[in-house]
Design a protein. Sequence first.
Lengths: 269, 220, 237
Amino acid sequence: MDKVMTTPEPTGERIKKYLREGKRFDGRSLLDFRKITIEKNISKKSEGSVKVKIGKTEMVVGVKLDVSAPYADSPNKGNLMVTAEMLPLSSQRFEAGPPKFDAIELGRVTDRGIRESKFINLEKLCIKEGEKVWTVFVDIYSINDDGNLMDAATIGAVAALKIAKMPKYDEESGKVVYGELSENNIPLTESFPIAVSVHKIGESLIVDPTRQEEDLSECRVTLTNNKGEISSLQKSESKELDVEEMKNIFEISEEASKKILKKIEDNLK
Amino acid sequence: MERKVVIPGEVIVEGEDYLPGENTEKRDGKVVSLRYGLAEEQNNLVKVIALSGVYAPRRGNVVVGKIENITQNGWIVDIGCAESAFLSINEVPRYVNKDAMEEVFKIDDMVIAKIWSIGKRGIDLSIKSRGLGKISEGIIFKINPNTVPRVIGKEGSMIKIIKEGTGCNIDIAQNGFVVIEGENIGIEIFAKKVVDFITEKPFISGLTEKVTKFIEENKK
Amino acid sequence: MTEKFKRGDGRAIDELRQIEAKVGVVPNADGSAMYRSGDTIAIAAVYGPKKMHPQHQQDPSRGQLRCDYNMLSFSVSERIKPGKNRRAMEISEITKWALEPVLILDKYPNQVIDVFIDIIQADAGTRCAGINAASLALAHAGVPMKDMVSSIAVGKLDKTLVVDLTKEEEDFEEGEGPTDIPISMTHSGKITHMQLDGKISAEQLKDAVDLAKGACAKIYEIQKKALKDAVDFEGGK
């Protein structure tokens, strides 16, 4: 493995001390996100794509659709597949080769947040019950990792799904006509899932860590919030949390998700 | 010849009078660049100053590194280049108990040291001079090592401006590490901002005046 | 080559698509670049020189170049399953062969330079776009190089030679059909990479090489500008 220098200890101690005073190196408060920007249609061959930036963190997300047989236990529903890759291009820390745990977790947590919030109306993706349904593929890639890929992934996935168009479908051959998009959006519900991870650094709780801060994170709790309802949660890393601390995390995450919702909506206008 | 940005393979100047210096070579009477950088000529010697690239260790350089491992008679130090460096117990200005090496340096400790030799066996470090040793306080961060001369300035002029303007003590290591220690974290972060200001546009004209102005305008 | 041949997008036979190049697109990397030709977009990032792992692959006489070409799943019409396929593995190696001749690696024993290329959007010519981005990223990373490498796909559509094929042209079916000839050259005119799929006479293939040379010269100018524009003097030249 490549050796990678993480945040040096004296710097880490100062970051923690500053956090205890309620301050961060880049001037943000503990519960502020960096600037979020979403660039639409960055890859035309997909049904919908975005580049999402949170500060210097950058990810690209693309949506593709295909037609296949439904799963036996859901004959009248389309399928959703979310995968994430931490490209070695985006950080010295990511190695080439089969996906490592971090990337698998990134994809799975994002998948659950979108799936459980019922963001996509999977019933409407049924073409013929028991025979043909649409599968929605959401593929997420990191381009530059400066912390908080986790939250960027859901923002990117949701944004890409919102702008994606259904491809044309030839009923006779039962095949997708690629390269030709219809006017129709992917059938979505009123849901708007947003993931906000809260990190415990020393005694402080923060959102949207930079890479330097994320190195110091002892515990991450990712909550996907859908307009006031929690649709998924993942506590990562071994560090234990007090019950009160965990309850506090629910509130912090919800507060932050409300603010981000507005930012994403503005970005998608 | 005027200073200019050149790319690999680009002809910098033609003429038998010119001699190829650092990062250049002579091809058919022309001096050609072997690296992306700034081409300069002085007394007919043409060289290219690199703008980018990983740190290349040199004897005498002061570097900052992280203790990677502890061996029988010293410490392996990561100084941010391909080769790990070695700090022998003989290069520590105090008696070291071999059974309690981590009392001097434990894994992940940061150290500022001097490269006293580079050989086939690797890079050897020493902390025997003044100002070297363990870094236990301060903000440590990395800048592009190619911008280090700009941050230090001619005969240390730039670093003096930052030190005086911020009141912080600042060490700039040749491998691109900067250590800033001040009265409080706020002023340390301010000093870091000044360094970042320089490394973002290290070749703009009138850099010294712009840095002085930046300090005045942003100082609380 | 005298007969008038109409290209789908109205370009002249030796006309490149609209090109855009930029360095520094991946802040984490030691060097990086984006290269776009029409609807084909490649980004490349360079890490190193750094110690080669695994150790048994180290070469004590010189540094090594490692290239990794990858297409994002949604960069083409039909989604590509994530993971390495044989095509990507071959192009990764081809890319290494295209670039290695210009690198000066003797000062980096036991070390490796990693080049990662990702195709964001594909409309033919992705290996060439990848090589152009990688050449830029290597220079941007400050790796010692004798020269730059520029890459172009020359095509033969029926009987006519054209440069910088689109996907539509690659799928051309009239007459003798399409022949795809990706070529990479140094600025000084050395060929570092060449491939061919299709049907062409040796005589016409010579013309194809000449056509590539002209196209690579134009690409070189764009690469040069991208690198020069990245240094800010604020008018203080």
